[in-house]
Design a protein around this ligand. Sequence first.
Ligand SMILES: C[S@@+](CC[C@H](N)C(=O)[O-])C[C@H]1O[C@@H](n2cnc3c(N)ncnc32)[C@H](O)[C@@H]1O
Length: 411
Amino acid sequence: MFSYRHAFHAGNHADVLKHFVLVQLLEYLNQKDTPYTYIDTHSGAGVYTLDEKFAAKTAEYTTGIGKLWTRDDIPAPLQAFADIIHEMNPSGKLRYYPGSPFIAERVARDEDRLRLFEMHPADAKLLADNFRELDAHKAAQGYRPTVRGKRVIIERSDGFASLKALLPPPSRRALVLIDPPYEDKNDYRYVADMLKDSLGRFPAGVYAVWYPILQRIESRQFADKLKRLPCKEWLNVSLTTRTPGPDGALHSSGMFILNPPYTLEPLLREVMPYLVQLLGTDAGATFVIQKGAPVTGAAHERFTAEGKARTPVHSPIGKGSLRVRGQAPAGEERKPASAPNTGTRSGSRAASGGDATTGARADAGRRTSRPAGDRPAGDRPANSRAAGGRPSGDRPAGAGARGPAKPRRSS
Ligand SMILES: C[S@@+](CC[C@H](N)C(=O)[O-])C[C@H]1O[C@@H](n2cnc3c(N)ncnc32)[C@H](O)[C@@H]1O
């Protein structure tokens, strides 16, 4: 049951997509004075060490944040995310990567609340330890909370079951991140059921779902299922970094947002071509952006890797899926354009420029969830303080606008 450890995957291309979108959603919520609640139903450990044990073993971060964080040509909307990584790694060596709770802690304001759920006993403890140490660090820097009550509440409990008690939130503003492991194929159903229930309780909430794009049927049908949920609008963005290979490693993932801010789509159009170019490793690299409204079933658009809008396509009333002649519906498998793994970026761009969706949904993976090395021999990655802690030279210099926000314990 507890075989998944996110430390193996921290900072990979899927995390880059997820965390970039997360920053955008939080920044949008920050634009209004009314406080909001950030709810993370599957939080993970909060902070990950990349150069030791779990993450070092798979080195998945080299497919994602490792390629991004030192670039000097990062598009403006991606910069805030890159800045968080720089703040965590002031020595200039990439050692620490923030999970979604730490990203939210960093971007949300003092008056906003964080409600974090994590079931794995080791990761729940690490998460709590990380926030304890962060609080101690902030206090040592002279930071004093400006609002009453606990800003961050962490629970070791089932995020699927716990969400309903928080909805609607007192301020009637909330962002819910739903990011389960999907090792258990039932997770797809749990997510859809939970969203249906949550939209009934709190229709105005912003709900962001990360999902892997895999061969298994639950994955292939997932986005289309979410498009039928009774939200006002949805937006679906996927990033594919390569043609699926026999290794079964995750090559493609998506973020599905219910009730997305209107600002998100233009930002994605600006950033996704850059991510494809930077993180793509062969001609199968591509992105897809779709949006729609389940009530009318209309107003869908796809964008090519060059960011050009295709002719808007109207899907059948009541069905949120999109069909373009010659393309597979989202979530449906297609054979990839035969593209040798050139390992070059130019190769990937050239081939993906005309039709961003060609081959995007094929998956040769044999795994059924987030792949690669989810079953560690030991329970806890090194690099916690017990294993030596964070060298002081690497401690983030500290205080942003809202005070220092850097961890000393990681997973
Ligand atoms: C993909 S990781 C989360 C990563 C994190 N959201 C991030 O972006 O940094 C999924 C986490 O969900 C936890 N988990 C699995 N089932 C859960 C459940 N029913 N409720 C809460 N957490 C769960 C796993 O232990 C794992 O740490």
